[in-house]
Design a protein around this ligand. Structure first.
Ligand code: ARG
Length: 589
């Protein structure tokens, strides 16, 4: 089904066409002057320019034609020719009823589903996840869910960082600590032990130590560089060791992501395109795209009208090691060839803009990505602390994700106590609610910002049950649920939706009709904040309705049943929207 705004656009466009003007002037939007009408069309102004007429006159013609439609209660003109549309209450109720009757809440799927690959998360093997990976996970998960809901065939891939220099650093560090291990013996013929020689905790301690050492000790750094190249070239002991690192890391990462309710379809990484690298590089060389430079292999990707110089993409270092860009290029090939992906969305922070610009250019130039395949870097800004600098621990270090989640849960528990939420529930349930409230706070605070911008992480504000926060949204959704439950206990059931008689009721209905547009907007722009804005406005409208229309005390049974139906629909819309933001709603609070 068409969204309400689309439906109105069709009507008004028809009116323009019937009056001899181009249809496109009939675009209808939600009114920015709700005191004058629910919707508006400003097309008479540009039409007047194009056709050399008076805008007010054109608007009058269109209004006269629309006047015949029963769906409008009022059509007004304002200023030089703005057309204000007020819907009839009957029509509004019918429209909302249709949404309620539809399993998809009136949201039509896209006409042409595509195969979409969302690359998000981007955690690295051996490095603990930190808050920098948080936004990638939160935004990516939401986009994945949104695209899937809109009907595309979506695959989410974590794209693990598992082939870079950190691997060589850990190998070198472990070789120093445990030279006795068979992995380091050059002529060892195997087999290598099944058990990992180290635990995740070891790994989390070894990596920072190694990377620190590599920064200050050139010989160590050189050894690590060499170990990375040897690993990539297939040295058996290093491969066996690397496999252990990867396995234990992935087990830990899965736990972390599960806690965040973030789920990947694929756990592939940079290393999974190993086999494709040599043939790809050979082909690029044969085709003349890759050229040698100081023993390294590079690809020129500059374009004549570049404003800033665009550095070449380095495909292979002189020691034979490949780089981040090389694996990303081969990964595009794999995604296009093996997964038949038509659109690739990379949810990675803005500091990697040049990297992706380089890789995408290389992919299009060489035909690895055919022109009709979409490659998009859907970048995001930094999560900052209150000091405006990238978020750190109190001690100034990088905060691990696990610690952050704990912090957020504790804040949620404290706020719940303050606001008398979940009072008297047993500890296990309160803890579970705190988990959901904390995650809602964290995720909503992220998703409500336009993703390309930085934002300031202010836990006190985000965990409040008041204002533009995740906890406020959960509380409102739970409130709707509890009204419905109380009603059911009293033997009251939702009934047909009636034309609204109260202003607050009308406004909830109008806001509900905007769901499909909010989803389409978020989908088209790959910006979940449109949906986040939408749910907040909706929750506000519902609370106003709840405060003015005393649902359970209403005496007219028909009105009461209609209000219950509206409450139920509101709850479904909230659930759908929050699910697409990756936010879970507790049963009760
Ligand atoms: N592992 C990278 C990092 O931590 C992010 C990976 C993003 N995806 C990609 N295809 N490059 O920065």
């Amino acid at each position: 089904m068409q969204s309400l705004t689309q439906h109105l656009t069709t009507l008004v466009s028809d009116a323009f066409a019937q009056s001899g003007y181009d249809r496109h002037y009939g675009e209808v939007t939600v009114s920015n002057r709700p005191d004058l009408g629910h919707f508006q069309c400003n097309g008479a102004l540009p039409a007047a320019k194009a056709y050399g007429r008076q805008s007010r006159e054109i608007a009058q013609h269109i209004a006269d034609r629309l006047q015949t439609q029963a769906i409008f209660k009022e059509i007004g003109l304002a200023g030089p020719g703005f057309i204000n549309l007020t819907l009839s209450d009957n029509f509004l109720a019918e429209f909302v009823q249709k949404m309620a009757d539809d399993e998809r809440l009136g949201v039509g799927p896209v006409g042409q589903p595509r195969r979409v690959l969302v690359d998000y998360g981007g955690a690295n093997v051996a490095k603990p996840m930190h808050v920098g990976h948080l936004r990638a996970g939160i935004i990516g998960e939401s986009l994945k869910r949104l695209f899937r809901f809109m009907g595309d065939h979506v695959t989410g891939d974590v794209h693990l960082g598992d082939w870079g220099t950190q691997m060589g650093q850990i190998i070198v560090e472990l070789a120093q600590r445990r030279p006795d291990l068979p992995y380091f013996e050059a002529d060892y013929t195997g087999p290598y032990p099944q058990e990992s020689p180290i635990t995740l905790a070891d790994l989390e301690e070894i990596y920072p130590a190694a990377s620190q050492q590599a920064k200050s000790d050139p010989a160590y750094a050189e050894a690590a560089r060499q170990a990375t190249a040897e690993l990539q070239n297939g040295r058996p002991g290093y491969r066996a060791l690397w496999q252990h690192f990867r396995n234990i890391s992935v087990a830990g990462l899965k736990e972390d992501y599960d806690k965040l309710n973030i789920h990947f379809d694929l756990w592939l990484g940079e290393s999974d395109v190993q086999e494709l690298l040599d043939p790809m590089i050979a082909r690029l060389q044969a085709q003349g795209y890759a050229t040698e430079s100081d023993g390294a292999l590079i690809m020129d990707i500059s374009e004549p009208d570049d404003k800033k110089p665009m550095p070449p993409l380095m495909l292979r270092k002189s020691d034979g090691a490949v780089l981040y860009g090389t694996t990303d290029l081969a990964t595009i090939e794999m995604r296009v060839q093996e997964l038949a992906a038509e659109l690739l969305l990379y949810v990675v922070d803005h500091r990697q803009r040049q990297h992706f610009e380089q890789v995408f250019r290389a992919a299009y130039k060489s035909g690895i990505a055919p022109a009709q395949v979409g490659l998009e870097h859907n970048y995001f800004g930094t999560m900052n602390g209150k000091d405006g600098k990238p978020f750190k621990t109190r001690a100034g270090g990088v905060m691990k994700l696990k610690d952050l989640i704990e912090l957020v849960e504790a804040a949620a528990l404290a706020r719940m106590a303050e606001s008398h939420v979940a009072e008297g529930y047993d500890d296990a349930e309160r803890q579970e609610i705190a988990r959901m409230v904390g995650l809602a706070a964290l995720k909503y605070a992220d998703l409500m910002n336009q993703r390309s911008k930085d934002y300031i992480f202010d836990l006190d504000r985000f965990s409040s049950f008041e204002g533009r926060t995740g906890p406020y949204l959960l509380y409102t959704a739970v409130r709707a649920h509890s009204i419905l439950q109380k009603a059911a206990e009293q033997g009251l059931a939702p009934g047909p939706i009636r034309p609204p008689t109260m202003a607050a009721e009308r406004l909830v209905m109008l806001q509900i009709t905007q769901l499909p547009d909010a989803l389409h907007m978020a989908y088209e722009t790959r910006m979940p904040n449109h949906l986040a804005d939408y749910v907040y406005t909706l929750a506000n409208e519902f609370n106003r309705f709840y405060n003015t229309c005393h649902i359970l005390r209403e005496e007219d049974a028909g009105v009461q049943a209609s209000w219950l139906a509206l409450t139920q629909l509101f709850r479904r819309v909230m659930e759908q929207a929050l699910t697409l933001l990756g936010i879970e709603i507790p049963e009760r609070m």
